[in-house]
Design a protein around this ligand. Structure first.
Ligand code: 2NL
Length: 344
């Protein structure tokens, strides 16, 4: 029996040694240490042994079993380590490879234009004010000399929330609100950029939602020449130092007198071309002297105070600056359009 056990040990250890995979090792374990294995069999036959031999063989059988088991465990750990090593080698990444480029966004063209205009007016001492897009009928219309039933309201139809609440049609209500906070005594020097709304059918030049920048200066002794100086400074900083401006009489319910401002066409230098439709001039904005009714409604004495105001559309400015032919490009956000105006 002793020899048989030693034989089994040698045999089993040999097979453990030869096992190349965890599966093979499992089979060795089942074969030698399983319930039906040869060692169990030896132990079962111990009944036939003498009292003296029994503990010796029993001890030996247990030693052999333990040796085989330890050898299997050791080999299993080794095989597992090797497998892990192999897997790590396969999955290793080359950290020296250059990374995939990340797509970098940038400000929307309209945002850039609005910020450029803001900077120009900040440089002239104007402050920037914002206000609600949902407005009252009073601040959007009444306070701007557009009483209920005024015919000019037709051109500024909008989206109504209630009879008295609506989506603002211009940013002027921000200015009316600001003037109203000044007790009729302090001067105002502000611009207000923001989104505005009209009941319009979208096409290449119309949108039901667009942006506007309005400006307002109220103080004692403000004259039309002040308006002209500010607008000329703006036009030259925005479009080029060589630009001329031209004021044409116009009408707005909230200013009197009212004007429209053109800049000389850069494309043809004033000769007339397709951009300026042969006139040599391009319309940029509307402006005027604040109507006395508007000043009075905001609490100012229109005998003592006067002011000028202007309004422009950043979409139009951007379209002229960059030769964009359809206002809808600003809102459909095609990256091929947007990315052309990201500064490097
Ligand atoms: C245009 C014309 C304009 C104003 C806006 C204004 C605001 C107040 C008082 C008086 Cl609070 N006027 N704003 C004045 C003249 C013209 O906009 O064509 N905008 C795109």
């Amino acid at each position: 029996m002793k020899e048989r056990l030693q034989e089994l040990e040698t045999e089993a250890l040999g097979k453990v040694e030869k096992s190349g995979t965890i599966d093979e090792l499992k089979q060795v374990r089942v074969e030698y240490l399983g319930k039906k294995g040869p060692i169990t069999e030896v132990l079962r036959g111990m009944g036939k042994l003498s009292k003296e031999e029994r503990p010796v063989i029993g001890q030996l059988a247990n030693d052999v079993r333990e040796k085989i088991s330890d050898a299997i465990d050791e080999k299993q750990t080794k095989l597992e380590d090797e497998a892990l090593e192999e897997q790590l080698k396969e999955e290793s990444i080359d950290v020296t490879l250059p990374g995939r480029p990340v797509q970098v966004g940038g400000p929307h063209l309209l945002t850039s234009i609005i910020e450029e205009i803001e900077d120009l007016f900040l440089g002239m001492g104007f402050e920037i004010k914002e206000g609600p897009e949902v407005e009252t009928d009073y601040y959007n219309f009444e306070a701007l000399n557009l009483p209920k039933g005024h015919p000019a309201r037709d051109m500024q139809d909008t989206f109504y929330i209630t009879e008295e609440l609506l989506m603002r049609t211009h940013t002027s209500p921000v200015q009316a609100r600001t003037m109203g906070q000044k007790n009729g005594t302090e001067p105002v020097k502000m611009i207000c950029p923001g989104k505005v709304y009209r009941r319009d059918t979208d096409d290449a030049t119309h949108s039901h939602q667009f942006t506007q920048i309005e400006g307002l200066l109220v103080d004692e002794h403000v004259r039309m020449s002040d308006l002209k100086g500010v607008l000329q400074t703006f036009a030259r900083k925005m479009f080029g130092a060589e630009r001329e401006i031209r004021l044409r009489p116009s009408f707005f319910p909230f200013t009197e007198p009212s004007v429209e401002m053109d800049i000389s066409c850069k494309m043809c230098g004033g000769e007339g071309c397709s951009v300026c439709k042969g006139t040599g001039w391009i319309e940029i904005l509307g402006a005027g002297m604040v109507h006395p009714n508007v000043l009075e409604m905001a609490g100012y004495d229109s005998e003592k105070y006067s002011g000028f105001a202007f309004g422009m559309g950043p979409e139009r400015i951007a379209m002229l600056k960059h030769g964009i032919d359809d206002i809808r490009h600003f809102y459909t956000n095609d990256v091929r359009f947007l990315s052309q105006y990201h500064k490097a």
